[in-house]
Structure formats: structure tokens, C-alpha cells
Design a protein around this ligand. Structure first.
Ligand SMILES: *Cc1c(COP(=O)(O)O)cnc(C)c1O
Length: 356
């Protein structure tokens, strides 16, 4: 039986990416070297890096004046790196607090300057995306988490701001078209929707980070990585290669416009199944539901574990919810096939018929 991976991250990748990546581990170059042992200065790797950067630009329609970087340290390092470069005394930034990841970004940014929390849905356990709040004019940027991996909410429209947006897109990058020109910088840990753990993609407008507000250590300074095209020090060669393979797969699947349509169909099916059941329900406000992480709860807690068992028996792995919400979470990133979502949907239906 085919097993489907619903874990939130590190997460599912396309089957063909696993195949190509494993072939490359055995032999990558004409001379017979493995991808794991080649120099990051070799023409083979320089080509991988350049293609990954240009493909990322191509897929998201990135305008002139932006760079694509592949860094290390995860999205968590971007929480501090953005603020270290961009906020300071008299240079405040605004944050929208939509969950644990936003809160972590806020905590780090406070170390460097004046941070205004513009809106928060904390009082409702982050079950919606705040809208129509006041945004002051004097901000360097407005930070948001585009998809809240833990709470299952997603910005379907980004707020209108005079300042550029800075976004953590770890769990929905390359899942849909976005207007990059509205962002000064966006970042994403690869391991949710783009590749394996080990690299973080940063798409940044050159001008936005050209003059850091303070003296910034070399590795934390965006200008270092822009000047050296992500090769100031040894980049995560394998993680970048696997990310490239995934981006090629996205392109061959019709790009983010087609992927977006497929993602919508998958998410709609799952939410519809949950809404039509008597046992399960979604805690998230409908208009803010995530198309990547479908969070749902069960009305009769006594059945909680037996539902998880039913999922596992049907080959649906990793459906247990995050401890801060409880219940269940089905992560249905780009690489999750419609077949996987249909399988889970049947498990929900059958369980509901038997126990509901
Ligand atoms: C997983 C996740 C992170 C953390 O990423 P790391 O790469 O582990 O630092 C940050 N933000 C969001 C939205 C995530 O889903």
C-alpha cells in the first residue's frame, strides 16, 4: 500500500525528486563524483545554484532589482537577521501576530529595535487572520507569516501598506502566485514546500537591505550574500540541489498558477469532508483557512486516538495535530497528490459513518 506523508515538516517531496536526488548521491559529475563530494566552486555546482536562482525568479515572476539567496540557519535565523539589518533606534517595524512563528519573529526583532504589534488573533487561539487594523506610516516594514503552519490559517490577501512587506513564507512558498513587488524581503525554510531541511530561500529587493541600520557581522549581512551570490561560504550543496529538483518539478507541473489550482481542489475536498461530518469540525474561520495545513478537531475526545489509528491503518501518516491546537493537522503541500487527499477524506468519511 502506498503511504502518504501528512507531516508538517520536514515534509513530503515529489517521488521523482527522491529518485533523481538518490541517483545524484551515487554519481553526479561526468567524472563519476557524488553530489555530496563536489566542490561548491565547481562548474557543476555553480550551474545548480544559478539555475535554482533563476528558476525561483521565473516561477514567482520576480521583478528586476531582486536577488534570490540560498542561506542556512532556517527561517528562525531570518527572524533575527531581518531585524538586525533593518530595525533600530528611530527605525521601527510593525508585526502581525498570527501564531507561534510570528511570535518568535517578534521576540527576536525586539532585541534590535522598536517593534509594534499591529494586530493579533492570540485571544482566539490564532483561529483567524486579523484584518482592517491601523497601520502607521513611519514603519520600515510590516512583517507577517503568510501561512500559519501550526494553526492552519493563511493570508489570502496581503494587507495594503505604505511600507514594504517582509514575510515568512516557509509553509506556502511556491504554492501560489504572489506579487513580489509588494515585498522588501521574503524568506522560507526549504523543508515544508521546497526541499529538504538545510537551506532557506530569501528573495530580497537589493535596495531594501543595501544600508543596514547598524554594523552587522559579515554572515548576518544580506549585502555579503548578495555580493557573493550565496557563495560567501560553503552553501548547503545537497539541499540546494534537491530544492532545484523540486522547483523543476513545480515548473513541469505548470508553474505556480497550475499548482495553486490543484492545491485549491485538494484543500476544498478535505474541508468539505470535515464540514459534512458530524464528528469533526475545523476551528479556523472559513475565509482564512490554509490550503497547506488543514487543522481539524473531533467532538468526542474519547475517539481521538482511534481516529489516528484509522489514518495510519489506511497509510495516512503524520495527521496528529500540533500540541498548541490539539486534534489533527493534515499538511497537504504541493507534492501531496490528489490521491493522498482522497484517501484521507475517505478515512474521515468512514470513521464518521461508523462512530458519528
Ligand atoms: C517551520 C516554520 C518555521 C521554522 O523554520 P526553521 O527552518 O526550522 O527555522 C518558521 N516559520 C514557519 C511559518 C514555519 O512553518
Amino acid at each position: 500500500m502506498k503511504v502518504f506523508n501528512f507531516y508538517a515538516g520536514p515534509a513530503i517531496l515529489p517521488e521523482e525528486v527522491f529518485k533523481k536526488a538518490s541517483e545524484a548521491v551515487l554519481r553526479y559529475t561526468k567524472t563519476g563524483l557524488s553530489i555530496l563530494e563536489i566542490s561548491h566552486r565547481s562548474s557543476e555546482f555553480v550551474e545548480i545554484m544559478e539555475e535554482a536562482q533563476s528558476l525561483a525568479k521565473d516561477l514567482l515572476n520576480v521583478p528586476e532589482g531582486y536577488e534570490v539567496l540560498f542561506l542556512q540557519g532556517g527561517a528562525s535565523t531570518q527572524f533575527l537577521m531581518t531585524a538586525m539589518n533593518l530595525v533600530g533606534k528611530g527605525v521601527p517595524a510593525g508585526f502581525i501576530d498570527t501564531g507561534s512563528w510570528s511570535s518568535k519573529a517578534i521576540k527576536e526583532a525586539r532585541l534590535f529595535g522598536e517593534i509594534e504589534v499591529l494586530a493579533s488573533s492570540k485571544e482566539a487561539n490564532y483561529s483567524y487572520i486579523p484584518k482592517d487594523f491601523h497601520i502607521p506610516e513611519n514603519l520600515k516594514y510590516v512583517h507577517l507569516t503568510s501561512n500559519n503552519t501550526i494553526f492552519g490559517t493563511q493570508f489570502h490577501d496581503f494587507p495594503r501598506t505604505s511600507a514594504p512587506l517582509v514575510a515568512d513564507m516557509s509553509s506556502d512558498i511556491f504554492s501560489r502566485p504572489i506579487d513580489v513587488s509588494r515585498f522588501g524581503l521574503l524568506y522560507a525554510g526549504a523543508q515544508k514546500n521546497m526541499g529538504p531541511a538545510g537551506t532557506t530561500v530569501v528573495i530580497v529587493r537589493d535596495e531594501f537591505v543595501q544600508d543596514p541600520v547598524r554594523e552587522v557581522p559579515t554572515m548576518m549581512n544580506y549585502t555579503t550574500h548578495i555580493a557573493k551570490s550565496s557563495m560567501f561560504n560553503t552553501p548547503p550543496v545537497f539541499a540546494v540541489y534537491v530544492s532545484l529538483l523540486t522547483l523543476q518539478w513545480v515548473k513541469n507541473s505548470g508553474g505556480v498558477v497550475e499548482i495553486d489550482k490543484k492545491n485549491k481542489v485538494k484543500a476544498d475536498l478535505l474541508y468539505e469532508t470535515i464540514d459534512n461530518s458530524s464528528l469533526f469540525y475545523g476551528p479556523v474561520r472559513k475565509e482564512d483557512r490554509s490550503r497547506m495545513n488543514v487543522v481539524f478537531l473531533i467532538r468526542d475526545e474519547r475517539l481521538s486516538n482511534s481516529f489516528l489509528q484509522a489514518c495510519e491503518d489506511a497509510g495516512c501518516i503524520g495527521v496528529k495535530g500540533h500540541r498548541s491546537v490539539g486534534g489533527y493537522r493534515a499538511s497537504i503541500y504541493n507534492a501531496m497528490s490528489p490521491e493522498g487527499v482522497e484517501r484521507l477524506s475517505s478515512v474521515i468519511q468512514e470513521f464518521d459513518q461508523t462512530h458519528g
